[in-house]
Design a binder for this molecule. Structure first.
Ligand code: SF4
Length: 88
């Protein structure tokens, strides 16, 4: 957009105070374009994908809202109601 070449960037992780240099090569640019297309398709579908707990979740700022461990448990409402009604 600004007609300048940007060959690299960096990610800085505040919690660990580590910096990761990233080279913007063709492979990364193609993967980024592909991912952007997939995200546009996902948004157009109107559906929110279920969270998938991974090690990276522990350092994610959305962990408290996303609750991937809790949301991954496939519990049916019917089971919950039966369990609640079976307790005295
Ligand atoms: S906690 Fe973060 S990384 Fe993990 S599933 Fe949720 S949004 Fe993704």
């Amino acid at each position: 957009m600004l007609t300048v070449s940007i060959p690299a960037g960096a990610l800085f992780y505040g919690t660990t105070r580590r910096r990761l240099d990233v080279v913007f090569d063709n492979a990364l640019r193609q993967e980024t374009e592909k991912t952007a297309r997939l995200v546009h398709d996902l948004i157009a579908s109107g559906e929110t994908p279920p969270p998938e707990y991974k090690k990276r979740c522990e350092s994610c700022s959305l962990l408290a809202d996303c609750l991937p461990k809790t949301m991954q448990k496939k519990r049916a409402v019917v089971s919950y109601i039966k369990r609640m009604l079976s307790h005295p």
